[in-house]
Design a protein around this ligand. Structure first.
Ligand code: GLU
Length: 501
């Protein structure tokens, strides 16, 4: 039986058993890029037959993360209602059980699958025996060639059986022409009769996957390398059913800098976490695409559209890709800084609000502040540290860090001069040059220089002698606020009560 279609149809098929891992997101991205490049369709199928581990919460999270990344699918579940969209539904495997039953029955009827009544204990004992004999064979089920009528009788009596796929006649060397890895050879003895349906009737991944990929007319299966052993089982099922296989491409693993499989010990791996940490979806996509693929002109900063236009599988390499968090941050900065200032403000606002910062609401100030700060920002959360010194209600003197400055003999005279010169400034705001001029004037008036000069001014502006660059902060502050802060610092060194309120 051959499928008559030349349309490219690819799918991302997450199991909703946790968060969307960056590795999963990259598989989704590669599928989307391949579909778009070939005017094909990208399908989202939910593989939720593992009822114990699948949750609605995880499904919603995976869907919302894919949406956040902008990896929009043509068919699958509707992102809002999670109802089916597309002609090949249902797209949730838990709603396709009758379909799997039908094909399982077909394989049973054809003698290509059988009911197996081995208990866990019997299986363990058989495995032990093989091991003790020093063999590397698979457990042979005594039920492989039993009469169907006998099996059905036992089942009718309430005995539990799994359905196993019969591999005996299919055991040979399988050669897969993988689109990414080239020829992959599977030895003939790699798998024994594997379970297709559990004893509760629930189908297992390898079986569902074949049925769905076939019925959903999937032309190319692009998925992680770790699925290669499953691919062998799936090739056998295709053969058993007499179906043409799709093309396969197995994408290499994402590795940590120690070349181990990417793990959360080294930092975020969940898309949701990157989102919370203030990464932009455009940067995530750009970075993930380069984990295993490269642009023909070696372009580095790319939009989704750029990548869709250039994505071909011959540029996807088979070796593991190292996840470089420093590079990802750098890339995020490039995407962030390329946005208009008002866009950046919109993006950072939620983070500023979340930590309760009170900042000016006029858009001129907001745009100006972004213009000042964006070259210091790599991820959106960096805005919190940058903007915090600008919130008057957060101004307080760090007594530990400021101890030395507060105890210096000269501090009083420096702050006195600072207050006077700021007050005498003719306008409500200051340019960088105004600030530097006033600082020079304080130096002249107080006769102080170096840390004797700078520490007190810093404490009077940001509450500590080190930290943010004053010449970029002051132009974003108002005279009133600078004076109030100076008064507080001055009062403190004069030992006035309530100075730290
Ligand atoms: N549900 C499988 C997973 O999440 C999908 C594998 C595949 O793409 O076939 O790993």
């Amino acid at each position: 039986m051959y499928q008559a279609t030349s349309e490219v149809r690819v799918r991302f098929a997450p199991s909703p058993t946790g968060y969307l891992h960056v590795g999963g997101a990259r598989s989704a991205l590669f599928n989307l890029l391949y579909a778009k490049h070939n005017n094909g369709k990208f399908i989202l199928r939910i593989e939720d037959t593992d009822q114990e581990r699948s949750t609605q919460e995880s499904l919603e999270m995976v869907v919302s993360d894919l949406q956040w990344l902008g990896l929009n699918w043509d068919e699958g579940v509707d992102p809002k209602t999670l109802k089916d969209i597309g002609p090949y539904g249902p797209y949730k495997q838990s709603e396709r059980l009758d379909i799997y039953k039908k094909y399982a029955q077909q394989l049973l009827d054809q003698g290509k699958a059988y009911y197996c009544f081995m208990t866990d204990e019997e299986l363990d004992a058989a495995r032990e025996k093989i091991k003790a004999a020093g063999l590397h064979t698979h457990v042979e089920s005594p039920y492989e060639n039993k009469l169907m009528s006998e099996a059905l009788e036992r089942i009718a009596k309430g005995d539990k059986a799994v359905v196993r796929f019969k591999t005996r006649e299919l055991r040979k060397e399988y050669i897969l022409k993988d689109l990414i890895r080239g020829e992959v050879k599977f030895p003939s003895d790699m798998v024994g009769d594997f379970v297709m349906l559990r004893s509760d009737g629930m189908p297992v991944y390898n079986f569902c996957c074949v049925i769905d990929d076939y019925l959903m007319k999937i032309s190319h299966v692009l998925r992680a390398e770790e699925h290669l052993p499953n691919t062998l089982r799936q090739l056998m099922i295709y053969e058993g059913l007499g179906w043409k296989t799709p093309e396969f491409g197995h994408i290499s693993l994402i590795l940590d800098d120690d070349r181990q499989k990417l793990s959360k010990r080294k930092g975020a791996v969940a898309c949701d976490q990157f989102k919370k940490d203030g990464y932009l979806p455009s940067a995530m996509n750009n970075y993930m695409a380069l984990l295993g693929w490269s642009h023909p002109e070696d372009k580095e900063i790319m939009s989704l559209g750029d990548m869709e236009a250039a994505f071909t599988l011959d540029r996807v390499h088979a070796s593991g890709a190292v996840f470089d968090r420093v590079k990802l941050k750098w890339m995020n900065a490039q995407h962030l800084r390329a946005l208009p200032n008002n866009e950046i403000w919109k993006l950072i606002s939620p983070y500023l609000i979340e930590v309760g910062l009170k900042l000016p609401t006029d858009s001129d100030w907001q745009n100006r502040s972004v213009e000042t700060f964006k070259s210091y920002m790599e991820i959106l959360t960096d805005a919190v540290t940058l903007y915090s010194p600008l919130d008057d209600s957060k101004y307080e003197i760090n007594m530990v860090e400021s101890d030395e400055a507060l105890k210096m003999e000269s501090t009083k005279v420096v702050l006195q001069a600072w207050k006077e010169l700021v007050a005498a400034h003719p306008t409500e705001t200051f340019t960088e040059a105004d600030f530097l001029a006033i600082q020079d004037a304080v130096k002249a008036k107080s006769g102080q220089k170096g840390k004797n000069l700078f520490f007190p001014i810093r404490v009077a502006l940001i509450g500590k002698p080190h930290g943010a660059e004053l010449k970029i902060l002051v132009p974003l502050m108002h005279k009133k606020s600078i004076l109030e802060r100076a008064e507080k610092a001055f009062a403190l060194i004069n030992g006035k009560a309530g100075a730290l309120c």
